[in-house]
Design a protein around this ligand. Structure first.
Ligand code: DC
Length: 240
């Protein structure tokens, strides 16, 4: 995969923080990370969207989802562009926009397998590290605090009860007009949690030094305030 970067580049500043947020699906990472990045004027990177973009491509090309080598070759031969655009994280693969296909049930199922392919992870982690090195970034995913930027100034493990996370996902799907039962969404969520934990490489863990935030009973603004509070507690770093 060729070099990839968000559309709008932010002014470089040596003192800008790197904020790494990990957590299970549905904990609110994307909403919170995007908002914190907006408040601080930082770059926002949704690493799950990168895995999802490759899942869309693999489905389009009828690739074997259980063949890590072939998936890695596919990942190394495409160019991904990403851009935060007024609350929407847009993604293009080889110039073709896939944004509206990133969160379908079909993509949900395929991405579980894609994200287990070590050659794919290696390629995406390299790109993510390159973006992280510029500083002034809020990056969220599963292995950001553990693999991509373990030396980030602010590390957060954002979680919530599985039933609450499933309820949020169910609301999201129903708003899109998808007919699905809550129990089905809950069991998909539990299966996704299991997949995030069972990978040998890049599995979801709470690392030492990451601050745990449980968003089950918190709204988005409360979680953002908690994260910005962690940034402000870093005396040597500027948040503006
Ligand atoms: O956060 P999300 O649901 O959009 O992530 C999509 C999938 O990609 C999910 O199966 C977890 C995986 N993922 C990962 O393995 N590592 C990351 N850094 C981000 C996402």
């Amino acid at each position: 995969m060729e070099h990839s970067q968000p559309c709008k580049s932010k002014p470089a500043s040596a003192k800008k923080l790197r904020i790494a947020i990990d957590g299970p699906a549905g904990a609110g990472k994307s909403t919170v990370a995007r908002k914190v990045a907006g408040i601080l004027g930082y770059t926002y990177l949704d690493t799950g969207a990168m895995y999802r973009a490759l899942a869309v491509l693999a489905l389009d090309r009828n690739m074997p989802l259980d063949d890590p080598q072939t998936l890695g070759e596919m990942a190394s031969s495409v160019h991904i562009d990403m851009c935060e655009d007024n609350g929407l994280f847009r993604v293009w693969v080889d110039g073709q926009e896939v944004t509206h296909r990133l969160r379908t049930l079909e993509t949900d199922r395929a991405v579980k397998l894609i994200s287990m392919a070590q050659p794919v992870r290696r390629i995406l982690v390299d790109i993510q590290r390159e973006i992280a090195n510029r500083g002034g970034v809020v990056m969220e995913g599963r292995d950001i605090t553990s693999v991509v930027m373990p030396d980030a100034e602010v590390k957060v493990f954002l979680t919530a009860d599985v039933a609450e996370r499933a309820r949020r996902r169910w609301d999201e799907l129903r708003k899109k007009g998808v007919t699905i039962s809550f129990d089905e969404v809950l069991s998909e969520m539990e299966a996704r949690d299991a997949k995030d934990l069972e990978r040998d490489w890049g599995k979801l863990v709470k690392v030492d030094g990451a601050v745990m935030i449980d968003s089950s009973q918190m709204n988005v603004d409360e979680v953002c305030r908690a994260i910005i509070g962690l940034c402000e507690a870093k005396p040597t770093c500027s948040t503006s």
